[in-house]
Design a protein around this ligand. Structure first.
Ligand code: CA
Ligand code: CA
Length: 437
């Protein structure tokens, strides 16, 4: 031992020699903190009497309140996580006259080479640091919201234990409802979409004294670097924002209309899903016919040709918990920018064909071109198409006309023999409904 050190020991105090100081230290050990550290304990002649390293387990204890020998209770105070120090103490602050077991003789001065791995106080709550909040944030998560986020998880000394990035999948959960550890349940409240934050969680709000798995030891403080991808509430409706209004609007879209529109689809983090502009043609659907997700149906209602809208669609009105393989992640909130390019007015609800004019008085005879007292499918189809082309009748837009006409024929051909007789042909204009004439 250097003379200098011996000299200090004579003074009956604890000698502290820090030989590694971490670059950042936001907090130092105080009385009543709970700490996890590794140590090698040696006698003054260098004889190793104990080592937490050989046990491959940290020593976990309260500090400064008499749980440790006095020399350690004093010598560990003021330490930073990651700091390494040598604590040397006289026997009076160690095991005194009698020593301890067979390894520590009486009147032995002790030398502990310590590295601090973890530090918290049971009075601690979570801490939120390193927040980066998008300027566009208009809404913050509340209990009961469903949050999709990425995270990197590490221990206080920087040891990595888990990452959602490594699985290439967000972690998805309800918050404030006990589905995740208490500290995370709290740390995910008040977040914005796109926000980044570091949530530091003491063990009593994490995995406690037991820890979990092979990577999170007991009494470990957890540090999560979190990136919020999106969140929604099960009570959310589709958000519709008109971004461009037309000067005049003759008619607004309604159920049954055939609409042609462009869309840009993306996720809340801005990543693009799909765009009709890439294909150079509109997406065409019949409104109210379940051809698109409910949120889109809603977003396209009461719209004018030329109008543009910004839609935010929660997953329960979009692609749900399952999403679309390789395109839309499960439970994702969708963002659509849409533009109504054209529309064709639909028929009244329930109708697939209507007459614009009065119905011919002797419809059956008009249809039965070859006058064999039966209307064959070709006669029927030709007649209906002729009415449509002459503007006398109208088929529901957006569907295959021949399929509609086939259905109409089948409904009229009550005995299903492939032809319609005059008896089967019971027409009254006010009876016209659905696929019947
Ligand atoms: Ca015929
Ligand atoms: Ca028949």
């Amino acid at each position: 031992l250097p003379l200098q050190l011996l000299h200090c020991l004579l003074e009956d105090g604890v000698q502290i020699n820090t030989y590694h100081t971490p670059s950042n230290c936001s907090r130092k050990v105080e009385v009543s903190d709970y700490i996890r550290y590794h140590y090698n304990g040696t006698l003054l002649d260098g004889t190793l009497f104990d080592s937490s390293h050989t046990r491959m387990r940290t020593y976990d204890t309260y500090v400064g309140i008499g749980w440790l020998i006095a020399g350690m209770d004093q010598g560990l105070l003021g330490m930073c996580v990651g700091e390494r120090r040598i604590i040397t103490m006289p026997p009076s602050l160690g095991y005194g006259e009698n020593g301890d077991g067979s390894d520590i003789p009486g009147q032995a001065s002790l030398v502990f080479d310590v590295v601090l791995l973890d530090l918290h106080n049971t009075k601690d709550g979570i801490t939120v640091t390193n927040q980066i909040i998008p300027e566009s944030c208009t809404r913050k998560s509340v209990a009961g919201d469903f949050v999709r986020y990425h995270y990197n998880g590490s221990l206080l000394d920087g040891t990595f234990f888990d990452s959602s990035y490594s699985r290439n999948r967000t972690y998805d959960t309800y918050v404030g409802r006990g589905y995740v550890i208490a500290g995370m349940d709290e740390g995910l409240i008040g977040v914005c979409v796109g926000e980044r934050r570091t949530v530091t969680i003491p063990p009593h709000l994490g995995y406690g004294e037991e820890g979990t798995g092979s990577k999170i030891p007991g009494s470990a403080v957890l540090v999560f670097d979190v990136h919020i991808i999106d969140f929604h509430n099960p009570s959310d409706t589709t958000e519709v924002i008109v971004t461009h209004k037309t000067e005049e609007c003759v008619k607004q879209t309604k159920k049954g209309d055939f609409v042609k529109y462009h869309y840009n689809a993306s996720l809340m983090d801005g990543s693009s899903i799909d765009s009709t502009y890439n294909y150079g043609k509109t997406y065409n659907i019949v409104l109210g016919a379940n051809q698109v997700v409910p949120g889109m149906e809603e977003g396209l209602m009461d719209m004018c040709v030329g109008e543009k809208r910004h839609l935010v669609i929660p997953p329960h009105l979009g692609y749900g918990e399952r999403g679309v393989t390789n395109e839309v992640p499960g439970s994702a909130v969708l963002v659509f920018d849409i533009e109504l390019v054209d529309m064709e007015e639909g028929l009244p609800e329930g109708y697939m064909f209507i007459w614009n004019d009065d119905v011919a008085t002797d419809l059956f005879t008009e249809m039965d071109k070859d006058k064999n007292e039966e209307v064959e499918p070709s006669e029927f189809t030709d007649y209906i198409m002729q009415q449509v082309n002459e503007g006398k009748g109208r088929l529901a837009p957006g569907f295959d006309p021949y399929r509609i006409i086939d259905n109409m024929f089948s409904n009229q051909d009550r005995d299903g023999d492939g032809k319609i007789t005059e008896a089967e042909f019971r027409l009254k204009a006010d009876e016209v409904s659905h696929d019947e004439l």
